[in-house]
Design a protein around this ligand. Structure first.
Ligand code: UD1
Ligand code: CA
Length: 459
């Protein structure tokens, strides 16, 4: 197959966004609009991606370079927006010879790999290919004009269309696939004698038709795929459409999702069998769920791996962590970066963990902070335990041996080691190592003052 260039038009300012952020950097699923298009370009095996930028160029460039490192992306500035035809014309020097060029838009984020692959396959190497869409209300779009034998002869913009032409419901999505040599020939010949005084890319269709180059229209099934974003309302609409797609994908892979309209995936989630996801779960970055995981309502999970048969209860936050199989986490747990739990660990309500390795079968059930800690197997951490890991300047480690029992309301002043099988009495502040298989208790001895009396009110 011929090499594929993708030209992404992204010079528009996006005034209707009412934002300082350039339009193509507005986030959809926490990723800039244009970044979705760049990803899709490489999924359809573009060997060369050319981005035509204008407004906010340096920020767009820096963001894309950061998000897509080491990719063959070239940048072309269109200082003045003279129309879509002009925009593609400025990209001509960056196109490979003996290639085809697919034209995409930085603000049309949902066009899928499958749709583009179908479009590419349907369009001959010498053709002028158009992706079209049938719309109930095509107002504002360019219309596809066909002759008596149904061949496409032109695209007419809404503002230049006759009443008869406006009745056509087949609209131009803007996405085209054209042999690059045709573009080299046609684009310099475009004029701007139209109602908007712009160089219309769409005028190449008539040129193709006049030269008897085959114009091949391919109709997209789902209009949402080719919808552009111009304001925050459309952005929200596309966000929901995108999220629904993600939810469908998970359900097709076997997940039970209580309400597909109330789950958000800002990144990628992979799942094992029989996972159950309750309402308002939010996933970010790369999240992996094993088999038979249950994610309770309102959980927020970022860049983490959850083992088989884990139960994550309501309102739990998990970030950059690895949760072992058979875990029982939450409700209201906060699992921070660097937490690794082995099989069968229980972490209960109002427990915060950070850089903590917790081994098999250990329990941290209530109101506790475990940071910079190594916790052995079958350890019980009582309610209200704090690892005092920070001395105001440096962080220190707490190491707790297998089978240790930490009584409630204990402060473990790190660096500190609690031996295997050790017991720490409730209410202790422990600042030296606790001996294995022994009771360590640091609280004051209990006194009873039998002749003590409560104060009485002064008259
Ligand atoms: C364009 C098509 C129209 C189609 C519609 C689909 C033309 C002449 N018309 O119209 O047939 O139905 O898209 O949405 O192509 N851009 C640049 N530089 C420019 C002009 C535009 O980068 O000089 C970018 C814009 O940022 C935008 C895209 O190209 O992302 C489309 O431009 P816009 O002016 O919105 O085109 P439409 O008038 O909607
Ligand atoms: Ca316009």
């Amino acid at each position: 197959m011929m090499d594929l260039n993708v030209v992404i038009l992204a010079a528009g300012k996006g005034t209707r966004m009412k934002s300082n952020l350039p339009k193509v950097l507005q986030p959809l699923a926490k990723k800039p609009l244009i970044s979705h298009v760049v990803d899709t370009s490489f999924l359809v095996e573009a060997s060369n991606v050319v981005i035509v930028y204008g407004h906010g160029g340096s920020l767009v460039k820096a963001t894309i370079d950061y998000l897509h490192p080491n990719k063959p992306i070239r940048w072309v500035e269109q200082a003045e927006q003279l129309g879509t035809g002009h925009a593609v014309k400025v990209a001509l020097p960056e196109l490979k010879s003996d290639s085809r060029t697919l034209i995409l838009y930085g603000d049309v984020p949902l066009v899928s790999k499958e749709t583009l692959q179908g479009f590419i396959a349907a369009t001959g190497e010498q053709d002028c290919g158009l992706l079209t869409v049938d719309l109930d209300n095509p107002t504002g779009y360019g219309r596809i004009i066909r002759d008596a034998s149904d061949n496409v002869t032109a695209i007419v913009e809404e503002k230049d269309a006759s009443e008869e032409q406006k009745k056509v419901t087949e609209a131009n999505t803007g996405i085209m696939l054209v042999n690059s040599e045709h573009l080299q020939r046609w684009l310099p010949a475009l004029g701007s004698a139209n109602s908007q005084g712009e160089y219309y890319l769409t005028d190449i269709v008539k040129m193709a038709s006049d030269e008897a180059v085959n114009v091949k229209a391919t109709m997209v099934k789902d209009p949402m795929e080719v919808e552009g974003v111009n304001d925050k309302l459309q952005l929200a609409k596309l966000e929901r459409a995108y999220q629904l797609r993600q939810a469908y994908r998970l359900m097709q892979a076997g997940a039970t999702i209580v309400d597909p309209e109330r789950v958000d995936i800002r990144g990628s989630v992979s799942i094992g069998q029989d996972c159950f996801i309750d309402v308002n779960a939010v996933f970010e970055g790369t999240v992996t769920l094993g088999d038979n995981c249950q994610i309770g309502p309102n959980c927020f999970i970022t860049n983490s791996k959850i083992g088989n048969n884990a139960v994550i209860k309501a309102n739990t936050v998990i970030e950059d962590a690895v949760i072992g199989s058979e875990a029982d986490i939450g409700p209201f747990a906060r699992i921070r970066p660097g937490t690794v739990t082995e099989a069968g660990v229980k972490i209960g309500n109002f427990v915060e963990t950070k850089k903590a390795h917790i081994q098999e079968g250990s329990k941290v059930n209530h109101l506790t902070y475990i940071g910079d800690a190594e916790i052995g197997k079958s350890v019980n951490i009582g309610a209200g335990t704090i690892t005092c890991n920070y001395d105001g300047v440096n962080k220190h480690k707490t190491i707790i041996g297998d089978g240790a029992f930490i009584g409630s309301n204990t402060s473990l002043v790190a660096p500190i080691t609690v031996g295997v099988g050790a017991t720490v009495g409730a209410g202790s502040t422990v600042s030296r190592s606790a001996k294995e298989h022994a009771l360590t208790v640091t609280r004051a001895k209990q006194l009873t003052l039998a002749d003590w009396q409560r104060p009485t009110k002064k008259s």
